[in-house]
Design a protein around this ligand. Sequence first.
Ligand code: F3S
Length: 656
Amino acid sequence: MQVILAESAGFCYGVRRAVELARETAEASGGCWMLGDLIHNTQVVEELRQLGVQKLESIDTLQAGDTVVIRSHGESKQVLDWLEAKGIRCVDATCPNVRRIQTLAAQAEKEGRTPVIIGDAAHPEVAGIASWCEHPLIFSGPEAVSEWLETCPEARETPLTVMAQTTCIRELFETSWKIVKKECTNAKKFDTICIATHKRQSEAAMLAAKADVMVVVGDRKSANTKHLTEICKESCPRVLQIENADELPPDFFSGCSVAGLTAGASTPAGIIKEVYAAMSEEIKAVENNEESFEELLNQSFKTLNTGEKVTGIVTAITPMEVQVDVGAKQAAYIKFSELTDDPDAKPEDVVKVGDEIETYVVRVNDVEGYAELSKKRLDAVKVWENIEQAVEEKTVMEGTVTEENKGGIVVSVKGVRVFVPASQSGQPRGADLSAMKGQKVQLRITEVNRARRRVVGSIRSVSDEARRAAQEEIWNNIEVGKRYTGTVKSMTSYGVFVDIGGVDGMVHISELSWSRIKTPSEVCKVGDTMEVYVISFDPEKRKISLGVKDHSVDPWQVFMDKYAVGDVASVRVVKLMTFGAFAEVVPGVDGLIHISQIADRRIEKPEDVLSEGQIVDAKITAVDEERKKISLSIRALLAPSVEEPEDEIAEDGEEE
Ligand code: F3S
């Protein structure tokens, strides 16, 4: 006797994923709940129970903080909303194929179309899908569709979007669609039959056609197992549906030379193996036949190829992966580890539901109907292409300085390490390059060796160019009186050099302040920001003379507005002479304290009492508006009875 085991028998991608998620969740959270049976298999449900995944009969018993795993059939929108409102954590193991139909149904209604689902209205998957829209129509097959069209003639004009339960028998769906297409004027079809189911059914039909006996293994509650049995019965006279090897009748195989074996999507490999072993010992012959069978399947079903680029739409972000609709039959997903290079990025930072995404196909599993994608690998390929192109086109790129090493710094450009020698860092020789760590910089790629993964860049090339452009801009637009905000670059005893955006200009000490100052350091320091204006410039010699003092302000007027004869002012002694001392009353206006007015006694020279820089109170004893001269007296404050001099301004008011 020859036993042929169907290649697609057993767990599908969606079921395997749901079981793995439940196991991981129970392990991580020390126990969780499932709403009803996670899958239609008593043995698996029992195993999960022992791991801490408890079956919940009513959601009312849940409390905030509990964790619930949503089964692969999905759940109704109302239940999910209720769970969210109650603060219950959901681990969504809804199969991506089912999620796609839920989205399609909701979308159809949004577009003003009536969703039509061909499937079993009592099945939890179909009930779940129906809850994502308000007025869905559910038909079990072509007869129900015809009946509806007869009783409801206006349906012919209604815009319809027709889809199928994932496990629907293909013939039922296609025949139903043919009727709708023929009778209705505005109908759209989405082939939502799960590819794993379709393959399993096709394989079962082919196997049943050449077998004398067919055995279908699966739970009696499982819809897809029931469908498999029905399909096998169409071409094989002896079909047996069992849940495990114990149910095999001893004489069932007598007289048969070829026996076929298949199993539903919720049947674990262990049970299939047991049944297989019980049916035959001719395993080698079975394997040979499977090979040719697999080839046949691959030829007819493969739609995505490993290594190719595909563009899809993000349909869901789950705790483990990003699901992508690539327009193929396979359920495609990206594991988080394949999403991005950035270890700190969350999936929601990288993609959002509805985003178009370009990916690389890592693996295609036609048998189970899924495809693994990677965004990271495609990004890496693209980055290298970009970098190579950037060398050719001398493009300016942006990156972040990640480390300093012996000869320079390393800049991360889209995840690629670019070495920038110290001489190209844009910093002065001997500067502390570690201070650049974490800075965003612009640079040009100067050398790439993809095989050795060596990339060299230059920040200086960009900064020099920017500086030249800024210089050009300044020299093209400079004019006397124009104002700039500059930075003090260096200082000398006679003035300061100020960078006004790529070009340095000089502010002479006399133009720095209205006050008398001896060194520029009295009013500024290197690194200060300074508002300056252009006094003169020479484009040939590339010299610019700048000023800070605001000549529109008249210091004498400031003095006149503030003081009158008889007022007492706090003044700063700025210069000592033989005949007295000059003191600043307001910046840019000095007055004279005659030697006779410095003290209430006779003094030899002003420095006997005063020193330069000293702040003293002095009385304003006379103001000569015409000659802009001021007489001050300290003595007047010390001895109020002493007569104040009247004529000192004329004789002694000159500084030299
Ligand atoms: Fe999903 Fe298809 Fe399995 S719809 S749960 S992969 S049968």
